[in-house]
Design a protein around this ligand. Structure first.
Ligand code: SF4
Length: 375
């Protein structure tokens, strides 16, 4: 796999060797958490500087050198910058916004285990991420700054899972499970695998995007021992998929791990058909199947990111039929209050009449489908 040719100059800019730059622990130690640290690489606006002084009580700030290197330092509207550098709007709260928009707390059966859907559960494995996203749905517990303290009762979770034979699918999320050590993750996956009715494991992670240096041969070899294991990454813009992320994703794919992407539709970041088309095409090049496109949850402090749901439907209309079906994600709203994911689709059925359906194709042409009488 080819190496990123820009690495020597990138590392030199940070006073590091290429080996240091490629070390995940070095990246985490040098992640920027304050205005002063960020100013070394970005020219902050007055609004950003003001927000950085105050948002820490809501959700910590942390950005890896890797992700910072993908941001255009001269562009205050850079789509990657918008995701990780706070604005004062983050401190506002609006009547439609909630602390726990997906209602996870009410379905938390054991601390850290959320059981909402019939056959699958969510495990909140950690509250730490390599970089914190300003629109995070779990800002209440992620980063240790919000009003809820993360706690996973691992033994209690295992007992719950052993007692609930209907659970066949476990999603490890957080925070970011790939920040756990290989040893800890291996133990957790092994203990889950020892429960006979659990067929399928998934990890939700933004690490291949924010900290691709964490994807090592040793991690991949360990994950491979636990297949069938799927990984859902979280990538919102094609600029996030540089050579290092592509290499990390290729290593995971080579380890036999199917990769899907969950993106969030964000104003000023990826709210156009052009950006979404470039994103899904780049994802497929990186061997990742676009899976979900989420309407941004109404979490407190994120109104400036939210689009109208119709914009998501229009984006799907602009993709469906115009590009490979594999490239088209499912647009969903996670229904506030714990309703779960609700798919939103363009309407292609124009009319239903006795013996026929009138259908609209992707170009707007009307076609008749003869409905076979059912006996
Ligand atoms: S990586 Fe996920 S959990 Fe972490 S801050 Fe971003 S959206 Fe939240």
């Amino acid at each position: 796999m080819k190496e990123n040719g820009k690495l020597p100059s990138l590392a030199a800019k940070w006073g590091a060797t290429v080996e240091q730059w490629q070390d995940a622990a070095w990246q985490m130690r040098h992640a920027c958490c304050t205005a002063e640290e960020l100013e070394r690489v970005l020219q902050l606006t007055l609004q950003e500087r003001a927000a950085l002084q105050q948002v820490g009580q809501r959700l910590a700030v942390r950005v890896t050198p890797h992700f910072l290197s993908l941001i255009d330092p001269a562009n205050a509207a850079d789509p990657l910058r918008r995701q990780v550098i706070p604005l004062p709007e983050e401190l506002e709260s609006h009547p439609e916004e909630l602390v726990d928009p997906c209602g996870e707390q009410k379905d938390e059966k054991v601390p850290g285990l959320v059981h909402r859907y019939p056959d699958r559960v969510l495990l909140l494995c950690t509250d730490r991420c390599a970089t914190y996203c300003r629109y995070c749905t779990r800002a209440r517990m992620v980063s240790g700054k919000g009003r809820e303290r993360w706690h996973l009762d691992w033994d209690g979770a295992l007992k719950y899972l052993r007692d609930h034979a209907e659970v066949r699918d476990v999603l490890l999320s957080g925070g970011d499970p790939l920040l756990l050590t290989d040893e800890r993750l291996d133990t957790m996956l092994s203990e889950l695998r020892s429960i006979s009715h659990i067929e399928f494991l998934r990890i939700g992670t933004r690490v291949p995007i924010m900290l691709p240096q964490r994807i090592t041969p040793a991690l991949c070899a360990m994950l491979h021992r636990h297949v069938p294991l799927f990984i859902s990454i979280h990538c919102n813009h094609p600029h996030e998929l540089g050579e290092d992320a592509e290499r990390a994703l290729g290593m995971l794919a080579d380890s036999g791990i199917p990769l899907g992407n969950q993106s969030v539709l964000l104003r000023g970041v990826n709210d156009s058909a052009e950006v979404q088309r470039a994103l899904v095409h780049r994802l497929l090049q990186c061997r990742v199947r676009p899976y979900y496109l989420y309407q941004c949850d109404p979490v407190v402090g994120t109104r400036h990111f939210r689009t109208h749901p119709q914009e998501g439907i229009d984006i799907i209309s602009a993709l469906r039929g115009f590009t490979s079906g594999y490239a088209v994600p499912q647009f969903v709203i996670d229904a506030p209050g714990g309703g779960g994911k609700v798919p939103l689709n363009p309407n292609y059925v124009v009319a239903e009449e006795p013996g026929r359906l009138l259908l609209r194709n992707f170009r707007g042409g009307i076609y008749e489908y003869p409905v076979t009488p059912q006996v």
